[in-house]
Design a binder for this molecule. Sequence first.
Ligand code: NAD
Ligand code: 6OD
Length: 472
Amino acid sequence: MRHYVGGEFDASGVPFPLVDPVTGRTAGAVPEASRELVDRAVTAARAALRGPWSAWSPGERSQLLHRIADGIEARFEEFSAAECADTGKPRELASTVDIPRAVANFRSYADLLAGRAERSWHTPTPDGRGALNYTVRKPLGVVAVVSPWNLPLLLLTWKVAPALATGNTVVAKPSELTPATACLLAEVMAQAGVPAGVFNLVHGRGPDAAGQWLTEHPGVDAVAFTGASRTGTEIMRAAAARLAPVSFELGGKNAGLVFADADLQEAVAGTLRSAFTHSGQVCLCTERVYVERPVFDAFAAALAVGAKELSGYGPMVSAAHRDKVLGHLERAAADGGEVLAGGGVPRFGDERDGGFWVEPTVLAGLPEDHPAVRDEIFGPVVHLTPFDTEEEALTVANAGPYGLAATVWTGDVRRAHRVAPALDVGIAWVNTWNLRDLRTPFGGVKASGIGREGGDHSLDFFSEPMNVCVKL
Ligand code: NAD
Ligand code: 6OD
């Protein structure tokens, strides 16, 4: 595990332990970046902005992104193994979602970049000669990318790829819990021919450490961040001091709405996926489901059976996160919540009993203002509530501070088109979940984020439009 600064790998810094979430055992160590190293990374990124990189054409940058994608594919198994070791996620998830999506992130921005065009206008002038206006897009400069632990490579590359596509230089800080795939990415970058200083990597924690030092650094021109909403507040405060733009993907408490006219089997299967993928540790996961009363009992019973039958799921990422999730479960039970499935810690009778496991859990019967229904848990826990009218369902779904994603299950096409756009979220799915076209806008409203990523939205964020007006 090394930092990567100015084209050099660097192992300096006091190491802190990495823990295997599956067993709870120490599995390695990663060096903590000093403030001086963070400073060097920003300086290297700034210097690279003025170097040959500034002359690379969009076509050359597009080809570079494809070479990075090739480099990840060439080491696919290594990337998958590293992601699983850090997060504890099942191999199947890493090899079908995390790593292929990281590759796709580079390829999709490479392709979009190659086909991008700006508009121009002819403007009449009193002398009849007119003027030509055209837009050029410039990089923002040095971009800090701060990413979380749940989909470490996927969410890192989701920002790094468009930042490089648009000619920026990057200093990335992955989560301190999951640094391994970022290290491999730095090796791939070096081999792919990314010029020294264009991509830099520093490891460390957030507050009073690399995360904070990077995001408050006066040499950083913009911050792209995915993580908790409260961290977003801290980063925005730091960026505000120098009016640096921010792009934020933050927390959520995503609702599912199940109408009585839905295909119930499909709704149950979809909700099992949306609530329990990666043990609920995906920002898009559903944590509260509102079910139309006539089908509530049947839906709840089928979901509980499905949750009890789930196998092959992974643990929580850390002991602290496991304790937070279990704290919610204890409080829910103490406050009279019904536990329809799970609710505790699975026992394996082997080394996994030292890990950070929580059973897939289905709760019901708690009021809307209960912490388990109101607060983001980010674990394998879903709460069910019945509703009577479409209006009531929309009101409860739209309540609360977050607005990332929602899912509507219905067989009525008119209802689908009425309800989905009325949800206060950035992403609404109808009769599916997490079906992602990388060109579509991705992000949340309210406390779930600022700005949109995905396709042109990311390319727009990471570049500054400039108008050139030529008198003809
Ligand atoms: P986190 O905010 O604790 O950490 C995310 C990153 O920020 C880490 O790299 C961390 O070291 C860094 N960080 C922490 N404090 C910092 C500070 N003061 N200054 C600068 N950097 C700091 O989040 P997490 O626990 O890693 O991830 C879980 C959270 O992320 C959940 O709330 C989840 O909803 C959210 N998330 C959102 C999305 C999305 O796309 N909306 C995606 C994934 C995760
Ligand atoms: O699939 C994606 O593109 C994406 N950004 C997923 C984010 C998941 C958050 O945990």
